[in-house]
Ligand binder design. Structure first.
Ligand SMILES: Cc1cc2nc3c(=O)[nH]c(=O)nc-3n(C[C@H](O)[C@H](O)[C@H](O)COP(=O)(O)OP(=O)(O)OC[C@H]3O[C@@H](n4cnc5c(N)ncnc54)[C@H](O)[C@@H]3O)c2cc1C
Length: 462
């Protein structure tokens, strides 16, 4: 019997997984809510834009072209369904939404290559119009060819910080300031590990140098205090390394503290999770080659471990080879060993990045009581602390039940990491003790009609 293999996510990981399965004679189904393959980093521009690869992807132009060409060459060998959101998973069946309509799709094996999203730490003023995540600011530029403001201030701790600021400046958009919360000393401490992928590290140095040569100073150890404005952003107040407060006038703020795995479908599938203390987040437990604790469910790419696009390509191919092994197909052992060695090298670089762009969790833990922590439900940090200290919430799921933190449209995808830090702080316990927000369907907002259709399908099936 031919196995039905479904891949969710058509970024570098999903595309390489599909290519590997197709090369073995399977016809996988590749689902993505985006209009085209490429994922976050190699996101394709929509018509009528025709910017050259070099303009869009810079140093990564050749890699972007290779991933795009690899997919385009598969013509017919993969059942690619674009603009298709997977919003739930029940047993061996996925609930899909495509152009407003719902459909169910069953699978024998499932590769989840769902990528990552920005991690944010709320601060006063972060809900004002004009505040974006770093990744969101980049999507606006890459996809829609527009900047989020005329003078943008970039704040956070992330490899994307110098890169997106550089992309904005190169595109002619105003850069009001670049504030990295990590001290310069941490960058130096990370050097030995960063040398494991010296080429990638050199790109970061180039961006900082390029910015400096245009008078755009990259400042370390700055702490954002508040974003100012009445109906729109007018500035950011930052405490600089020496303790002095500085007001930076701007009309937009891009903020980001690294990435967090998108793993809600693995959660609905019942996969085990483990806590990754190196970047303070829960990740899907896996055997290192893609197998999760649930038979037939595999993970690859940034949705499994945040390691960047090169590792995502390799992990996608590796997970597909694992699927082939599991269904008794022959695999190239030499290729398998080469992939495993290359991923190990990238893991060392990733450790360096986590030191160089450390997650300043104390900013979340020390958040003032009046700050809106969960913007979907307008829950403040103080209300979350009250749920812990006065109502007895001992983890994030109880706190959600008591005060609705993480219960809104984003299902905690945005506020969850910071909420966990606030709860752990109130409990005076390590972050792991705050637990992990349980996934709930729909994992992303869908029209109520989609739920009604799905319920009707279930009734008919019963
Ligand atoms: C906004 C953003 C911008 C980034 N920019 C850069 C950059 O410029 N340079 C860099 O080196 N790294 C960048 N990164 C990191 C980089 O994108 C990743 O390392 C790399 O793309 C990981 O590849 P992937 O295939 O694992 O996931 P992704 O490339 O993220 O692809 C995952 C895909 O899964 C799809 N998906 C997720 N959930 C569902 C669902 N439920 N239903 C249907 N489809 C779904 C998404 O639409 C997406 O296309 C960025 C990350 C983000 C979040």
């Amino acid at each position: 019997m031919v196995e039905r293999v479904v891949i969710v996510g058509a970024g570098p990981a999903g595309v390489r997984a599909a290519q590997t399965l197709a090369a073995a004679g399977l016809r996988p189904t590749l689902l993505d809510e985006a209009p085209a393959t490429g994922g976050q980093i190699y996101r394709r521009q929509p018509a009528p834009f025709r910017r050259p690869y070099k303009t869009l992807y810079g140093f990564d132009a050749a890699k972007a072209r290779q991933v795009h060409t690899a997919f385009d060459g598969l013509d017919g060998a993969v059942d690619h369904r674009a603009r298709t959101l997977v919003w739930s998973l029940e047993g061996q069946r996925l609930c899909l939404m495509h152009e407003g309509g719902t459909e169910n799709l069953s699978f024998d094996r499932l590769i989840l290559a769902t990528g990552a999203m920005d991690r944010v730490i709320p601060l006063p003023g972060w809900t004002l119009p004009g505040v974006y995540t770093l990744g969101g600011a980049q999507v606006a530029l890459k996809h829609q060819a527009c900047a989020i403001g005329e003078r943008t201030c970039f704040v956070g701790s992330s490899p994307l910080l110098p890169y997106v600021a550089y992309q904005y400046a190169r595109a002619g958009a105003g850069v009001a300031g670049i504030i990295d919360t990590t001290p310069r000393a941490d960058k130096l401490r990370a050097l030995p590990d960063l040398l494991a992928a010296a080429g990638t590290g050199a790109k970061g140095l180039y961006y900082m140098g390029w910015l400096a040569s245009r008078g755009l100073r990259y400042r370390h150890a700055g702490i954002p205090i508040r974003i100012e404005g009445e109906s729109h952003v007018t500035g950011v107040v930052v405490r600089m390394a020496g303790g002095r407060e500085r007001h930076i006038a701007c009309d937009a703020v891009a903020i980001g503290y690294g990435l967090k795995c998108e793993h809600q479908l693995a959660d609905l599938a019942g996969c085990d999770f483990r806590f990754d203390s190196s970047n303070r987040q829960w990740v899907v437990a896996q055997d290192g080659v893609g197998r999760t604790s649930v038979a037939g469910i595999y993970v690859a790419g940034d949705g499994a471990v945040i390691r960047g696009a090169d590792a995502a390509e390799l992990a996608g191919e590796r997970a597909a080879l694992t699927v082939l092994e599991d269904i008794g197909r022959p695999v190239d052992r030499a290729r398998v060993q080469k992939i495993d060695r290359r991923i190990a090298g990238i893991d060392r670089f990733r450790r360096g990045l986590e030191t160089a762009f450390a997650y300043p969790h104390h900013l979340a833990r020390d958040m003032a009581d009046h700050v809106i922590l969960c913007r979907c439900e307008a829950v403040t940090a103080g209300e979350v602390r009250h749920a812990v200290t006065q109502l007895g919430a001992h983890d994030i799921n109880r706190a959600k039940a008591f005060c609705r933190v993480g219960m809104g449209r984003c299902q905690g995808r945005v506020c969850g990491p910071a909420a966990a830090e606030v709860i752990a702080g109130a409990l005076q316990r390590p972050i792991e003790a705050a637990g992990r927000l349980r996934g709930q369907a729909p994992i992303k907002p869908v029209p109520i009609s989609a739920l009604a259709d799905a319920a009707a399908d279930l009734t008919v099936a019963a």
